[in-house]
Design a protein around this ligand. Structure first.
Ligand code: URA
Length: 424
């Protein structure tokens, strides 16, 4: 087999055999194929796509490039959650303990943030002392004790994705449905998930910019799941405006704690309740109504908050020592009216510039900086009223750079639901 022939075959739009896909992926893992040829191969997939069979073969080859966990000992009442990545998306921090609080096991393997999207592991690590690397024994004990752990994936799962994702990130080859679906599904299957609720984000702050693209990605992941006997349900959720109030690691943990105590931003509440209800219904095999009742009860009686505190304690974190920048300023509105939109992508870039995100995987991030929205779409704002609080340390941002991301109009627009659709 010849590397250049395979790249050319895909570049011309032909379908690849499993052997050809395996030759490329495993050749790259073994460092027999260099970055520049793999980049060309990935770009040819981005432009020409892959059919269902090729996408499945790619997933399967990637899956077998590393270890595969067996979590069957935890039984059928085990559910996983995954988000395709958004701005201010701290949902896992609330949903995982909430779902665990009703007795469903949540073994959550999470990643770090790259580019404009944040990662749950970075958010959790903003809690001083918190360990995200758990041994197999620690993980099992924690699931037995409190039904939940949030950990960084073991280093030997889906080795191909680690290498390919890092390369895609710097070669403009992230936004491709077959590449995203195979990357996500190979990791989920390797982590032993049998039931998964996916939060597929849609909008300018997400990888999928339109609902149609998000539906196509969802259908692809559901199909891949079926081939492995894995139940995948996809929730399409809006990512044109940042989710909740906070963007930035420690600030998002702070918002999650507030939410678990009962103080939710409306969009965050809607998404948390929807995702958690779906997960509980899937995990316990009960009706959605019954699942929702349990979810609302455990938010109300603070059992979900207790599980979050237990999780932090068991993973050695100390929330009393969190370091949020003590230098901050507010940006005031220069006009009066109703906020009709807040640009998620641009605010994510600003937060990242303040130090909360990384460009490369080995960049050091500042957990304590970021943004806190004081107004959300639908809110009325007076001239001179505060729109947003900026937490900074070394770098600051001009207020004009922030203000241009808020659209303020005379007429109030109907605020649409954050949940845009659901597929299974
Ligand atoms: N998340 C992943 O894990 N992989 C992708 O390719 C995109 C988002």
């Amino acid at each position: 087999m010849d590397t250049i022939d395979i790249i050319n075959k895909k570049r011309m739009g032909f379908s690849l055999t499993r052997e050809e896909i395996s030759y490329m992926v495993m050749g790259y893992v073994k460092e027999e194929i260099p970055d520049y040829q793999m980049s060309a191969f990935l770009m040819s997939i981005c432009t020409k796509g892959m059919n269902e069979e090729e996408t499945f073969d790619l997933t399967d080859v990637m899956l077998h490039s590393g270890e595969i966990l067996d979590t069957s000992m935890f039984g059928i009442h085990t559910v996983d959650k995954h988000s395709t990545g958004g701005v201010g998306d701290k949902t896992t921090l609330v949903v995982a303990p909430l779902v665990a609080s009703v007795g469903v096991n949540v073994i959550k393997m999470s990643g770090r943030g790259l580019g404009f999207t944040g990662g749950t592991i970075d958010k959790l690590e903003s809690i001083p002392g918190l360990r995200t690397y758990l041994t197999e024994e620690e993980l099992m004990k924690q699931i037995e004790d409190i039904h939940v752990c949030i950990a960084s994936g073991g280093k030997d799962l889906v080795i191909a994705d680690k290498k390919m994702y890092a390369l895609r990130d710097v070669t403009g080859t992230v936004e491709s449905i077959p590449l995203i679906a195979s990357s996500i599904m190979s990791k989920k299957i390797a982590a032993g998930s049998k039931k998964i609720v996916m939060d597929v984000k849609v909008g300018n702050g997400a990888l999928m910019k339109t609902k149609e693209e998000a539906e196509q990605l969802s259908k692809t992941m559901i199909q891949i799941g079926k081939k492995y006997g894995v139940q995948v349900e996809c929730v399409l959720s809006d990512m044109t405006c940042p989710l909740g109030y906070a963007i930035g690691n420690a600030l998002e943990v702070k918002e999650s704690i507030e939410a678990l105590k009962g103080n939710f931003a409306p969009d965050f509440y809607e998404l948390v309740v929807f995702l958690a209800s779906r997960m509980v219904a899937l995990g316990l095999e009960i009706s959605l109504e019954e699942a929702k009742r349990m979810v609302l009860e455990n938010l109300e009686n603070k059992k979900a908050y207790d599980v979050f505190l237990e999780l932090v304690k068991k993973q050695h974190g100390n929330i009393d020592e969190m370091d949020i920048a003590n230098t901050s300023y507010t940006v005031l509105s220069e006009e009066e009216g109703y906020i009709t939109s807040i640009d998620a992508l641009e605010l994510a870039k600003i937060s990242s510039m303040l130090g909360s995100g990384r460009e490369k995987l080995d960049d050091v991030i500042d957990y304590g900086v970021g943004l806190w929205l004081l107004k959300k779409p639908g809110d009325f704002v007076k001239k001179g009223e505060a729109l947003i609080q900026v937490y900074y340390r070394e770098k600051m941002v001009e207020k004009e750079e922030i203000l241009k991301n808020f659209i303020i109009e005379k007429e109030r627009k109907e605020i649409s639901s954050v949940v845009l659709g659901y597929l299974k």
